[in-house]
Design a protein around this ligand. Structure first.
Ligand code: ADP
Length: 653
């Protein structure tokens, strides 16, 4: 009977279209249907008589202290005969998650355990060792409880959100195994749903994700941002994830949900922005103009090196601070200006500031500063931008141009004045000369006696003319490169005495010339002719510009290694502001009119050139109405004891 039943049983099994595996009491495989052969990829002959564990991953051979089959039978009765999930090994070693229903029959000694297997929709297959033992057990425990119930409206709503949300969403149980996920999640991870459902999250490589999952299962909300490297696909996806615990009716954590955002695009944009920012930073940093940006509370947000240099402080010292805090009172002025811009929302362009405005010492530098209110696209005010351009070179060029223009105008004026004066000066001796010559001619024609004084006067006018022409020639020689000097040891004291004698011969009685000679002869290495010209010129000026007469004092004395000549007069003096121009060509002080005082303004110019060519210096001390003193300092010749007579002979002629 038993035998007959056994055959019948085999027959029934053989005829079954379902994948069935039968084991005996020793848990050895006694039969499997062709459908089971196909499902598992094993040939029946290879399995018959083999322990059932041949089909089971090693880690599931013993479960909670009993064999797998016994454990399954226990679960079977505990779950009221509902199918449970079970991973079995296919022939190649691949694991296949199946739905299994376990049946059990005992007849005396004979015992039969029957497993009915079924592919589950989207059943994932696992690489060997892909599921931990507890994972599998949890899978069974999770089972498909409630799967057969009709979903409620709320559940359908959740389902719809779950499937259509533009985020990857997945649920994991306490193991933690992924039990459900939406398509978006599958797309982000780049695997298949079949592979993802059933995946134990603790088998992932990234420790940070695992820490998040564990913390979530401990009841925390956790976050992760980073690159997710897929275990099952060769794909790295930058993601941002939020994990939230799910609790059961008793408030205990039964699993969690993960909400994943693919931030590839965001990363790309961030990367692009970072590159743009780096470029902008590089350009603005190296820009030859100063740039800064201040927020609405007028604190520096950005300043480039150029402007930091203008401000005289390192760039970092500006950031987060207001101009008044960085630059003191010039900064406070700037701040008021920027407040105005924020208030009026109008730019201020090309304001010129100098170093003096910033409290700087010369040499002065200049900047053109423009300030602009900066808005977002939606019009909201973000702050003030500053653009500062150094314009020192332009300013200096402008100033130089203005100076040259003034000088050119002055030169034109001087030339015009000169022409007027020169023609007047040349005509002055010519008119009386011509009159006197005509008079002489008449007298001679009439056979009358000629007055020698008339001839002397005519000669004086001639000398005056010659002197004027000589001055003009000397001035043009100086301009052309300088007067030629024929130097020799020259007794200056003797030379002065000689000039005074000659001058006294021509001067009127109103003036009294006094010479204060040095206590010992004073000798210089010089051109006696030119030095005489200098002394004569100073003496003539002293007489000419002292129209009221008076004492003219001439002194010569040694001062260290120079001989100091001074010519002092009680004359009209020179306006203080004119003193610096006195030795310039054609210059005549404004207190000398052409009519009252003749002259071309060349004498002192020539004197300066001669004195400087001798290595000396000429200067004047004067005050209007209080007379003038002209000084000439010339280097002395060391051998001062040369015989006076001998030197004088040289000096005068
Ligand atoms: P000139 O006397 O022919 O004008 P100078 O070159 O000798 O030219 O002198 C230049 C100017 O200096 C004079 O025009 C005059 O204004 C001023 N000056 C020179 N010497 C004296 C002086 N002793 N007292 C006052 N002014 C003087």
């Amino acid at each position: 009977m038993a035998h007959a039943n056994g055959d019948l049983f085999k027959l029934l099994l053989e005829a079954s279209p379902d994948p069935l595996v039968a084991c005996n009491g020793q848990e050895c495989i006694v039969h499997l249907t062709p459908a089971a052969e196909r499902l598992l990829g094993w040939k029946r002959e290879a399995l018959l008589g083999q322990p059932f564990t041949a089909l089971v991953p090693q880690r599931l051979h013993d479960v909670e202290g009993s064999s797998l089959l016994r454990y399954l039978l226990g679960q079977h009765s505990a779950q009221g005969g509902r199918p449970i999930l079970l991973p079995l090994r296919r022939r190649g070693g691949e694991e296949l998650l199946l739905e299994a229903t376990v049946g059990h029959a005992r007849e005396g000694e004979r015992e039969c355990i029957l497993l009915s297997l079924r592919r589950i929709p989207e059943a994932p297959s696992f690489a060997p060792g892909g599921l931990e033992q507890d994972t599998a057990i949890q899978l069974w425990k999770y089972g498909h409880a409630g799967a057969s119930h009709e979903p409620s409206t709320a559940a359908r709503l959740y389902q719809s959100i779950f499937e259509n949300a533009p985020l990857g969403i997945f649920h994991f149980n306490k193991v933690p195994i992924i039990t459900a996920c939406n398509d978006y999640f599958v797309r982000i991870i780049g695997s298949s749903k079949q592979l993802l459902i059933g995946l134990n999250l603790l088998t992932l490589r990234d420790e940070r994700i695992k820490r998040c999952i564990r913390a979530t299962l401990a009841g925390e909300h956790t976050h992760f941002e980073g690159d997710y490297s897929s275990v099952t696909a060769d794909k790295v996806t930058p993601v941002r994830a939020h994990f939230a615990p799910c609790c059961n009716d008793t408030g205990q954590v039964s699993g969690g949900v993960g909400i994943i955002e693919d931030i590839t695009e965001q990363r790309r944009i961030e990367e692009e922005l970072a590159i743009e920012a780096a470029l902008v930073d590089a350009f603005t940093r190296a820009a030859p103009i100063g740039l800064a940006f201040l927020d609405p509370s007028l604190r520096y947000v950005y300043i480039n090196d150029m402007l930091a240099r203008v401000n005289g402080r390192p760039a970092e010292e500006h950031l987060g601070r207001r101009p008044s805090e960085v630059l003191g009172s010039p900064g406070a002025t700037l701040e008021r200006m920027l407040q105005g811009i924020l208030g009026s929302d109008k730019p201020l362009e090309k304001i010129e500031l100098s170093g003096a405005d910033l409290g700087r010492e010369p040499p002065l530098r200049y900047w053109a500063c423009s300030f602009y209110p900066v808005h977002r696209k939606d019009g909201r005010l973000l702050g003030v931008g500053a653009v500062v351009e150094e314009i020192t070179a332009r300013k200096q060029a402008e100033q130089e141009r203005a100076r040259l223009f003034r000088e050119a105008q002055e030169a034109v004026r001087v030339r015009d004045d000169f022409l007027t004066i020169a023609s007047h000066e040349l005509k002055t001796p010519l008119t009386p000369l011509s009159l006197r010559l005509a008079n002489l001619e008449r007298r001679l024609e009439r056979g009358e006696a000629v007055d020698p004084s008339a001839l002397r006067h005519a000669r004086q006018h001639l000398l005056r003319l010659t002197a004027l022409i000589n001055d003009l020639l000397d001035a043009s020689r100086i301009e052309a490169g300088g007067l030629a000097l024929r130097t020799q040891p020259t007794r200056l004291d003797v030379l002065i005495e000689h000039v005074i004698r000659v001058t006294e011969g021509t001067s009127d009685a109103q003036h009294r010339i006094t010479f204060h000679p040095p206590s010992a002869p004073l000798q210089v290495l010089g051109d006696p002719y030119r030095l005489e010209q200098v002394i004569a010129n100073l003496l003539e000026n002293a007489l000419k510009y002292s129209p009221g007469g008076g004492a003219i004092d001439v002194s010569l004395e040694p001062r260290g290694d120079v001989a100091l000549l001074a010519v002092r007069d009680p004359g009209i003096g020179i306006p203080t502001d004119q003193l610096e121009h006195l030795f310039e060509r054609y210059f005549r002080a404004r207190n000398v009119s052409t009519h009252s005082y003749g002259g071309l303004g060349l004498g002192l110019y020539i004197c300066r050139d001669i004195v400087e060519r001798h290595g000396g210096r000429i200067w004047v001390e004067s005050a209007v109405g209080h007379g003038s003193t002209f000084y000439v300092a010339l280097p002395t010749l060391q051998e001062a004891s040369v015989s006076g007579e001998h030197a004088a002979a040289h000096a005068v002629h």
